[in-house]
Design a protein around this ligand. Sequence first.
Ligand SMILES: [Zn+2]
Length: 492
Amino acid sequence: MKRYKENQLKVYNSLTKTKEDFTTITDGYVGMYVCGPTVYSNAHLGNVRTFMFFDVVYRYLLHLGYKVRYVRNITDAGHLENDADDGEDRIAQKARLEKIEPMEVVQRYTVDFHDVLKNYNFLPPSIEPTATGHILEQIEMIKEIMGKGLGYEVNGSVYFDVLEYNKKENYGILSGRKVEDLIHNTRALDGQSDKKNPQDFALWKKADKRHIMRWSSPWSDGFPGWHLECSVMSTKYLGESFDIHGGGMDLKFPHHECEIAQSKTCSGVTPVNYWMHTNMLLLNSQKMAKSTGNFILPNEILSGENKMLPKPFSASVVRFFNMQANYRSILDFSGDALEASEKGHAKLMEAVNFLDKIAPGKTSTFDVQKWKSACYSAMNDDFNTPILIAHLFEGVKVINLIKEKKASLNSADLETFKVIINEFVFDVLGLMNENLQDNSSKINGVVELLIKLRKEARENKDWALSDQIRDELIALGIQLKDGKEGTTFLIN
Ligand SMILES: [Zn+2]
């Protein structure tokens, strides 16, 4: 039986602001869309937090036996500098500043993004569509919205009519904002906006002369609006209605609100069943900003090339640190916090590495089944990773008691215990056993050294020493094999 049949997952739905039973549209299948990065600068640590959490969501859904189609886009068509839909596209701006082609900017930072994800042990999504690869579909969606009477053209640009939409639907359903209040909060630039109402947002913008990234359309040479690509790519690959849509909470408004309006206008149905949003990441208790210097790149944490950190930290420690906080809480990133996590991570890995050395006892002094279901309950409760980690540390305590011969597990319980720890630590949380890799490379080095010393002993005809090295290695389970190319070894 698939695990999801016996695990009722609950998901906090940002739309209803309640934890709800997770029921998929099609039994056994999950469609999940997460807003990806805009590739005009290096991957941002706050975004990495979001993507890392959804990586764990993806991993847990797979662990439960769901077939998951996970779509995470790459925004390479450029965003506008401000919500008023005027100003310069950020990718074009970067290209102009650095005197390179916009697609060079896109390429450089897409490679950087993938490099970060690889270093931090992310599973690749099922589909990673790009905005520039879906311009035709975006134009088609604009036509559809105009056909429903909710899009209007002014001077080559097309806008979504929020007030008209709001007559029948609820613009603000996700963010809780009221259309009337938005008038006061929207900074309309005098004389520069063609919009009927300040709340309206752009579906297509006519490009001015300095705009390098542009495509032809029935309305003008221009580029799609900020929110359109996600409506297009999510529904293209996941259907008119799909299960999960995720992103950072800063995307709730206007981005996700606009996505709902666009998609619902076209299909007439609710596009997303569960909206999930991750909270902010602070750096040293403050908002991260390049301008104030309170800023760190994900790869700098690994290399230690940032003055804000006392030393480099491993990707697995950073993952562990992230998962020690609930995704809906603010996370405060700092060198001190990472050092504390590093200690916890080392303790966990040391215990995990000892698992294989544990022999079954006659009886069990620990209720493995109860502990196992507590681990699942934590994850079933809206992916509560800090609680899962607390349960994993109960497991660490048991391992340490077994080490001291103060506890035991019978063979069936021991087997379950090992499987659960390994599955949650590596498959679900995506942690990496760096200690083991470190140690195995050290062991290899030591054996190579002994082989060298044995060769020297043989050259000196010191057969007694050469045999002693060989025999004592065999006693440790390491077998030497002498061949034409030299001596190799096998660790049993
Ligand atoms: Zn999006």
